[in-house]
Design a protein around this ligand. Structure first.
Ligand code: GDP
Length: 365
């Protein structure tokens, strides 16, 4: 089953970082996510991308395989099991990923069209990432549109770049600087092309890519995975305890009423678990009647994957939760597993306060 610990239940296990994609409309967020979901096909490892509800996991094996030609540049062995991408890009859904003191998202990719540069939603995205304290890298997209660029499909950026004539390399450099790096400086971020960054804690890494041709995707995933496992280990340490998550969206599940699409960022969620979540009318205490996950398939078919019931899911995961009364919950509400009725009451109070804070914040935004 997708999302299980697969026997690695020691205290040292790290979960997948949860990654969101933000940026201005038409700069290529959706194309990038499609491309990332297709990477297992490119890496000739079909069936390895596990589809979740509202999210997709790119396993470490696929990232390592893609980064193989980059060994000299990015020498690392992955200890995270992969990356979990939230399927819906943009800040609308991102706002529902709230978690006390920040965001459920561990990392973000800010997509900027290298030819068009910063646009209003680019600035907005940076503001939101700053507010929620989410670290990010920048994908400088659409390098294939630079005049004279000769695409080398599904090739790492550094390799494709080497094959371009000098005047094209210079044009890329100019656009990268003027439209992306200089703009990041203007809003207070030191930034540089990823292969020139010496200290990733101070400098935002910018990765030139083409979501259309697949150039640079290897570096994008490798840098993301490398940074996350290096700097977020505490945050990513998996605890085999009761699940904690957030409601991404409420949905009608034919024949089962309303269900909640939930991102689990910690612990284990099981069928029958006592859960506490929140609505505008107050906390909701209920029991999980069913957990639904997409059926694993050998083929990468993203849309309309059939869901099937599972007994448990491990963080990080996206799962559809069916539970009586969950229709009274709201998107963005926390969801916690309680180990007793007593604890459920305490958690209900905590959820009430969190929803209250969330409402005040939402009104202010
Ligand atoms: P979103 O609004 O940010 O999700 O942008 P989309 O992914 O829908 O892309 C907007 C348009 O840009 C579409 O027509 C894409 O085909 C095109 N596009 C996205 N990425 C690239 C790229 O790397 N190169 C080129 N040439 N076009 C791209």
């Amino acid at each position: 089953m997708s999302g299980t610990a697969g026997g690695q239940s020691t205290g040292k296990r790290l979960r997948q970082p949860i990654v969101v994609v933000l940026g201005h409309v038409d700069h290529g967020k959706t194309t990038l996510l499609d491309r990332i979901r297709g990477t297992a096909v490119t890496a000739k490892e079909p069936g390895l991308i596990t589809q979740h509800v509202g999210a997709s996991v790119v396993p470490a094996s696929v990232i390592e395989k893609l980064a193989e030609p980059l060994k000299k540049l990015i020498p690392f062995k992955l200890i995270i099991p992969g990356l979990l991408f939230i399927d819906t890009p943009g800040h609308e859904l991102f706002t529902n990923l709230r978690r006390r003191g920040g965001s459920v998202a561990d990392f973000a990719i800010l997509v900027v069209d290298i030819n068009e540069g910063f646009q209003p939603q680019t600035y907005e995205s940076i503001e939101i990432l700053k507010q929620r304290r989410v670290p990010f890298i920048v994908a400088a997209n659409k390098i294939d549109k630079i005049p004279g660029w000769k695409p080398n499909p599904n090739t790492p950026f550094v390799i494709s770049h080497r094959k371009q004539p000098q005047w094209v390399q210079e044009e890329l450099e100019r656009r990268l600087w003027d439209n992306v790096i200089a703009k990041l400086y203007e809003v207070g971020f030191q930034a540089d092309r990823f292969d020139r960054v010496k200290d990733f804690t101070r400098t935002v890494a910018v990765i030139p890519i083409s979501a259309k041709t697949g150039e640079g995707i290897a570096e994008l995933l490798a840098v993301l995975a490398g940074l996350a496992q290096r700097y977020l280990q505490n945050r990513l340490r998996f605890a085999e305890g009761p699940a904690r998550g957030v409601i991404l969206e409420l949905r009608e599940q034919p024949g089962l009423g309303t269900a909640a699409d939930v991102i689990i960022y910690d612990g284990v969620l099981r069928r029958g678990d006592l859960i506490v979540t929140g609505g505008l009318e107050g906390p909701v205490i209920t029991r999980v009647r069913a957990l639904l996950m997409p059926k694993p398939l050998q083929e990468i078919r993203v849309a309309k994957r059939e869901l099937e019931p599972v007994d448990e899911v491990y963080a990080a995961a996206g799962v559809r939760v069916v539970a009586p009364g969950i229709e009274n919950a709201v998107a963005g509400a926390p969801i916690y597993v309680a180990t007793s009725e007593e604890e459920a009451k305490q958690l209900a109070e905590k959820v009430r306060r969190e929803i209250e804070a969330l409402r005040i914040k939402t009104d202010a935004e």
